[in-house]
Design a protein around this ligand. Structure first.
Ligand code: UD1
Length: 343
């Protein structure tokens, strides 16, 4: 395998990471996973093997461990890094901010130091639409929408992460960098062999919906019913995780074409806003399951309404979503049912 094809994927056993591994293999890349399985399960490797028909090289390590991480750079000639490894629970980041700064910022700095040392040319960063905060007037945000002060330590790690990359770029680093600002990934691989595997109670909406439907959770609480939206519930841009994963392959391909010292940021969403109640109604309609849910108080720090302007992602990455919102719900449900069967 030539060097251009070796891509290190930190957090590659996680939800978005594992789906990206599949897309990388399907596009002729040779992914190498670095993940300590703190928020994923080793069984994902089996799922990946079944889907791709090959074993994926993986290192069980913490990206904050410089010495261990360095061994990967020594063992493989790496053309690019996709850096997913990070914690992402907003509420937990408020109660335990240092965990977030250590892992999300410390881990990023570690990886970047090694990238500099080993002259890695291409770097893709997992950012988030959280960098926009609550959009002021226009709910459709583009990359030129001003960034907002973060409303959680988690959100701040994404803002600071992007800033670190800008500073590195401004220092003249010979690295091409792209930050992908994800909206809300949902769904699972159509095979039903990999998907989201929340440890403990899910924080995010769709795994909570599917776990309630399967009986792992008793009841779903809809956080708030009096927001200034058509049905009173919050609106997000939900994107199929396989589409989001494919955007990473496009990102690597783009960076490989650029001259050295390139940096940019791009939204990865569908461009369409969907409310919490629309998610629940679609889930019930598509699966025929009756969901046990109730309204509860608003969740602190929730953005009311946000969705992506996707023009730049089309132009820059030559990428478009292939899956519908309905596909994502159906695939998430198939995955939940598969998990229940094999429990
Ligand atoms: C949040 C973060 C986002 C981060 C993501 C990572 C904010 C504003 N957004 O996304 O930056 O990248 O987590 O996990 O901090 N909901 C319910 N009941 C539930 C769960 C969720 O009603 O049990 C609602 C929420 O109020 C929200 C929507 O569902 O309106 C989506 O919530 P969630 O899946 O947690 O994603 P975000 O809050 O958008």
């Amino acid at each position: 395998m030539t060097r251009e094809k070796n891509v290190l994927v930190t957090g590659g056993a996680g939800y978005i990471g594992s789906h990206t591994i599949v897309q990388l293999v399907e596009n002729g890349f040779n992914p190498i996973i670095a993940d300590d399985f703190r928020n994923s399960d080793i069984s994902v490797l089996k799922g990946l093997e079944q889907i791709t028909g090959r074993k994926i090289v993986h290192y069980d390590l913490d990206v904050c461990n410089y010495i261990e991480l360095k061994s990967i750079f020594k063992n493989h000639s790496i053309a690019g890094v996709i850096h997913f490894a990070a914690d992402k629970a907003v509420g937990e980041s408020v109660s335990n901010p240092l965990k977030y700064y250590k892992n999300n910022i410390g881990g990023l700095v570690n990886v970047l130091e090694l990238c500099s040392e080993f002259e890695i040319e291409n770097f893709v960063f997992s950012s988030s639409c959280t960098v926009y905060g609550e959009p002021k007037e226009e709910k459709e945000v583009s990359e030129s929408t001003p960034l907002s002060k973060a409303n959680s330590p988690y959100g701040n790690t994404k803002l600071v992460g992007e800033q670190i990359l800008l500073d590195l770029h401004n220092s003249g680093a010979r690295m091409n960098i792209l930050s992908l600002r994800y909206f809300n990934p949902i769904g699972a691989h159509p095979s039903g062999l990999i998907g989201e595997l929340p440890v403990g109670k899910p924080n995010n909406l769709l795994p909570y919906v599917t776990q309630t439907a399967i009986g792992k959770q008793n009841e779903l609480t809809v956080f708030g019913k009096d927001y200034p939206t058509p049905d009173g519930t919050c609106i997000r841009d939900y994107i199929h995780v396989c589409d989001l994963a494919e955007a990473h392959v496009k990102a690597i391909l783009l960076l490989q074409q650029k001259e050295s010292n390139f940096i940019d940021q791009v939204n990865i969403g569908t461009g369409k806003g969907t409310s919490v109640l629309e998610i629940i109604n679609s889930f019930e309609r598509l699966t025929g399951e009756k969901l046990n849910w109730k309204f509860g108080p608003r969740r602190e720090g929730d953005v009311v309404e946000i969705y992506a302007n996707v023009s730049k992602s089309f132009e820059l990455l030559n990428w478009k979503c292939k899956y519908t919102f309905e596909d994502a719900i159906e695939h998430a449900w198939s995955w939940e049912k598969n998990l229940a069967q094999h429990a």
